[in-house]
Design a protein around this ligand. Sequence first.
Ligand SMILES: *[C@@H]1O[C@H](CO)[C@@H](O)[C@H](O)[C@H]1NC(C)=O
Ligand SMILES: *[C@@H]1O[C@H](CO)[C@@H](O)[C@H](O)[C@H]1NC(C)=O
Ligand SMILES: *[C@@H]1O[C@H](CO)[C@@H](O)[C@H](O)[C@H]1NC(C)=O
Ligand SMILES: *[C@@H]1O[C@H](CO)[C@@H](O)[C@H](O)[C@H]1NC(C)=O
Length: 135
Amino acid sequence: MALTAISLLCFVALLPFPGLGLPADSGDLKQMYIKVTVTNHFANMDVSYPTTVSKGIPMFGVLNHLQDTNKSLNINKSFGIYLESVNGLAGSTENRTYWELLSKKYNSITRLNVGIGCYQPQKNENFIMNFTTWD
Ligand SMILES: *[C@@H]1O[C@H](CO)[C@@H](O)[C@H](O)[C@H]1NC(C)=O
Ligand SMILES: *[C@@H]1O[C@H](CO)[C@@H](O)[C@H](O)[C@H]1NC(C)=O
Ligand SMILES: *[C@@H]1O[C@H](CO)[C@@H](O)[C@H](O)[C@H]1NC(C)=O
Ligand SMILES: *[C@@H]1O[C@H](CO)[C@@H](O)[C@H](O)[C@H]1NC(C)=O
């Protein structure tokens, strides 16, 4: 709940930025290509969902758009740093597993340090949801 509230605030705070480009005089929002990848090394899974979205859209908007357009992707999100579940598979404290959010740009991979509600992907970015463990 708290995370959701924070993320919504974050979304609202981003609104005045030009990136979100509220179409004042043209309804012509710039589009960009991004790729969302779901990987799970334990299940030998690596599926990519390429898509085109409006520039400046926050990550949760991208994920909602993907879910709406492709029924094979199902994300249960808390809009926090970690995702609750992807395609029905949830992280677990018992197994020390979680969905790690990574961003790959120009072949360098970084870990997200903000929730997906706040995170604005860049064009050509590869957003990775990696099922992994902590210890
Ligand atoms: C959904 O995404 C998968 C993986 O990218 C792809 O193989 C499939 O064709 C997509 N389905 C639709 C309806 O776009
Ligand atoms: C999504 O998360 C909620 C709360 O944890 C849970 O009740 C629900 O079953 C989950 N849905 C899916 C599809 O994983
Ligand atoms: C823990 O991992 C085992 C083996 O993969 C799985 O059967 C079990 O459902 C997992 N527990 C949770 C809470 O996800
Ligand atoms: C994804 O998780 C697996 C399993 O923990 C790990 O081996 C791999 O390095 C991770 N991928 C990235 C890009 O960090």
